[in-house]
Structure formats: structure tokens, C-alpha cells
Ligand binder design. Structure first.
Ligand SMILES: [Zn+2]
Length: 60
């Protein structure tokens, strides 16, 4: 019923400002891959997804 589980979300770590695309199953929190700080996953990641992809394309 809920397909949100596999939705890609753009997350930003509040501690080290690291940005990544999260596609895990945790509904609320995950750990920053860089510094292991808890980061919220229940953000509206789709809003910034297009922007993220554009940014990736440029930096790549
Ligand atoms: Zn971090």
C-alpha cells in the first residue's frame, strides 16, 4: 500500500552538510554515511530531487 519505502530521498546531514540520496526503508531516521549522525528521512525529498540530479550532472 505504501510505496514510500523505496522512494529516493535527498538527505542533508545537519552536522557535516553531506548530501546523499537515501533509498532505504527507515521511515524516520537513518545515519549519515560520513559522520554517522542521525538524520531525518521523513522529509519531502522529492522536492529537491530534480535539483540534486542537475547538480550531480554538473559536478560529474
Ligand atoms: Zn554527517
Amino acid at each position: 500500500m505504501y510505496s514510500e519505502q523505496t522512494t529516493l530521498k535527498r538527505l542533508t546531514c545537519g552536522k557535516c552538510a553531506y548530501e546523499w540520496l537515501y533509498k532505504g526503508r527507515s521511515p524516520f531516521w537513518t545515519s549519515c554515511p560520513r559522520c554517522r549522525t542521525n538524520v531525518k528521512t521523513n522529509v519531502d525529498g522529492m522536492a529537491g530531487l530534480a535539483e540534486f540530479n542537475k547538480k550531480e550532472a554538473v559536478t560529474r
